[in-house]
Write a protein that binds this ligand. Structure first.
Ligand SMILES: C[S@@+](CC[C@H](N)C(=O)[O-])C[C@H]1O[C@@H](n2cnc3c(N)ncnc32)[C@H](O)[C@@H]1O
Length: 220
């Protein structure tokens, strides 16, 4: 692995905006799935189509929230060996913990995406869904994901697409949201991933109502 991807960086989780993001999600954890039902079922469907998992797959979801994606994954019978659900919000991840308490393929961690404490090359697939816009140190997250993937491992990332008319909407969301809002265009995201030596396998962007999304599937 290139030396620049080894961990040297110390992320400071006490920064006020990260705490604000954490608290904001913990506050809304109970009503999150109902409030965002259409948005979530649309985006989760898009990601599920891109996951090519096998019964041997080790998977990390960097910001798993309430584990709703994994609920659909189980309903569809998509195989995997182990799934680590990570999130900084105890409230959000608490819902996931309850949901999967009797399935020992799941484990749970509370770590900042900027500094993930797993050994190099731990995962066959990494998911980052509806969350990249919340990260402050985005280049760091991309480096961490690269470090954690096994060779040929896949990253599937879906998020708001800060381009065209959606830039105005993004500006408004940022104005009124207590969370870190730091979204990117599909192009900015793929440039970032290429810089971290990922190969881009798929890149698409589309509108869903007044939301504009991108999905990128990239390989180590
Ligand atoms: C919009 S929710 C998406 C949750 C889930 N992926 C989904 O699609 O339902 C964003 C999640 O990112 C988490 N998050 C925000 N900043 C984070 C960070 N720096 N590291 C890890 N998770 C973070 C939040 O706590 C929240 O649960």
């Amino acid at each position: 692995m290139p030396a620049r991807f080894r961990k040297s960086f110390r992320f400071n989780p006490d920064h006020v905006s990260d705490k604000a993001t954490q608290h904001s999600y913990s506050r809304q954890a109970k009503e999150y799935e109902q409030k965002w039902e259409k948005y979530l079922s649309h985006t989760h469907r898009a990601v599920l189509k891109e996951l090519d998992l096998s019964p041997e797959s080790s998977v990390l979801d960097v910001s798993a929230g309430t584990g709703l994606l994994q609920k659909s994954l189980l309903e569809k019978g998509i195989p995997f060996k182990e799934m680590v659900l990570n999130d900084i919000s105890e409230g959000m991840l608490g819902v996931a913990k309850e949901r999967f308490s009797d399935d020992d393929r799941f484990s749970f961690t509370h770590q900042y995406a900027e500094q993930l404490d797993f050994p190099d090359q731990s995962f066959d697939a990494i998911i980052c869904l509806n969350a990249f816009h919340n990260y402050k140190e985005q280049a760091r997250v991309s480096e961490e994901i690269y470090r954690l993937l096994k060779p040929k491992g896949a990253l599937v990332i879906l998020d708001w697409n800060n381009s065209g008319l959606f830039r105005g909407m993004n500006f408004m969301i940022d104005l009124f949201s207590p969370e870190v809002i730091n979204s990117r265009s599909a192009n900015e995201m793929s440039v970032q991933l290429r810089k971290n030596v990922f190969e881009i396998e798929k890149e698409r962007e589309w509108w869903f109502g007044w939301w504009k999304f991108y999905l990128i599937k990239a390989r180590k």
